[in-house]
Design a protein around this ligand. Structure first.
Ligand code: LLP
Length: 421
């Protein structure tokens, strides 16, 4: 459930009409609902109770400081994958002891940043990284708390570009080699092994792959404990999918996911961490755009919007489906017609949807892309020198601009022309 509903003929974010925001800030813009973010975070904490747990929001899915502040103030931890994300989490007021650092290519500089600034744990992904981290921590006179990410060789049955738990993927160490790598970690002076980490992919629409992976982690926990490792924390990653199309069958609920966690690893006495991104932020955001032109092609009609692939890349990058709805409520069961919904960027790939049935739309009308909160604004670029679109956060009957649209002058100022030109 989200908080983007029609009321008095207009699509609202909570109690604010999206058309009012469009009038105030222009289009396109991203709009997030505080109530939806809050509700989705709580679904996970409730699903994991009474196990000791920490829900670490995957910052990569939506990294605006205001969103991190909101979730952090509810008690959320953060899963970061770069020095930039670490800085964001800290700037939003999240204490280091609630931040986990994931990613296959952490640099020594990023390690130093997190070690000196405070960190709950590093999720180490390879032996070279393990040795580097130990050396960096030792040089600072510190010890780095770590888990090691294992690759369980499980098929997440999701889009190939976002599956991470198969042996051919770059992530983690092969689970069969874990005893060897944990033994090396135990010998290193700069790291303290606290647990195991696993993350098999994103937008999973079935629980089965999670179950396979978590059962392997449970076995590994017992095996490592038998060898004397104090495994006290399990980081089970993120990845629970969301319904992108209202018409599709719904993916599993956080409550069922929580029950699965309890069933597979709940009796080990470990503290549980999860790293959901999309399920918290995805349906908490929409991208609002205006129709620039309706162009009647030879065999189809194009709806040309002022949003483009640089603002929301998921359709061109993953062939992802996003529901597109008019901001003015259409007549129930009224006529629809197929449109190819496109942006102004000079690539055929700048297509949001093909032959999408929509109510009749005209120049100037507003539309909203649903489920655009996760991997929307964060993946935007300035391709075609289009400014990054603003982000808006709604809370009940008021809204705030939480990232403004840059001016063209600001965009140009970042370039410099050398004096010899
Ligand atoms: N933890 C780790 C280590 C991850 O790599 C990811 C996502 C997450 C947690 C959060 O996964 P989530 O709960 O959001 O599924 N850009 C793609 C998604 C990439 C996901 C990358 N890793 C998309 O737009 O679908």
């Amino acid at each position: 459930m989200d908080h983007f509903l029609y009321r008095d003929g207009q699509l609202h974010a909570e109690d604010v009409a999206l058309a009012d925001i469009a009038a105030a800030v222009g289009t396109p813009f991203y709009c997030y609902s505080s109530a939806t973010l809050t509700r989705h975070y709580h679904l996970f904490t409730e699903a994991l109770s009474p196990l000791p747990h920490l829900v670490c929001f995957a910052v990569k899915s939506l990294s605006n400081l205001a969103v991190l502040r909101l979730l952090g103030s509810l008690g959320a931890g953060m899963d970061v994958v770069s020095g930039g994300e670490y800085r964001r989490a800290r700037a939003a007021g999240v204490p280091g002891e609630r931040i986990v650092f994931s990613g296959v290519g952490k640099t020594r500089e990023e390690m130093r940043l997190a070690l000196t600034g405070g960190i709950r744990q590093f999720n180490v992904e390879s032996e070279p990284e393990l040795r580097a981290l130990s050396a960096v921590a030792t040089s600072l006179g510190l010890t780095a708390p770590i888990t090691i990410r294992v690759n369980p060789d499980v098929d997440a049955r999701t889009h190939a570009k976002i599956a991470t738990g198969k042996k051919e993927n770059k992530f983690g160490i092969p689970i069969a080699r874990a005893p060897e790598v944990y033994a090396e970690a135990a010998r290193l002076p700069g790291v303290d092994v606290v647990g195991i980490d696993v993350h098999i992919g994103s937008q999973l629409t079935e629980l089965e792959p999670f179950e396979q992976a978590y059962l392997k982690v449970a076995d590994l926990t017992r095996a490592l404990r038998a060898e004397g490792h104090d495994i006290r924390r399990l980081d089970l990653g993120g990845g629970l999918g969301i319904p992108y199309a209202r018409s599709n069958s719904a993916p599993p609920l956080p409550l069922d996911y929580g029950a699965l966690i309890k069933r597979t690893v709940g009796d080990l006495g470990c503290e549980i961490e999860i790293e959901p991104g999309r399920l918290i932020s995805g349906n908490a955001g929409v991208l609002v755009s205006r129709v620039i032109y309706v162009k009647n092609g030879e065999d189809r009609d194009f709806l040309i919007l002022d949003a483009a692939m640089n603002d929301l890349v998921r359709p061109s990058m993953y062939d992802a489906h996003h529901d597109i709805v008019p901001v003015t409520e259409p007549v129930p069961a009224g006529p629809v017609q197929p449109y190819d919904v496109v942006g102004p960027v000079c690539e055929t790939g700048d297509t949001f949807a093909k032959a999408r049935d929509l109510p009749m739309l005209a120049e100037g009308d507003l539309v909203a892309f649903r489920s655009a909160g996760a991997y929307g604004a964060v993946m935007a670029s300035e391709y075609n020198s289009r400014p990054l679109v603003p982000e808006i956060l709604v809370n009940k009957d008021h809204f705030a601009v939480i990232r403004r649209r840059p001016t063209f002058d600001e965009m140009l100022e970042r370039d410099s022309i050398p004096e010899w030109l």
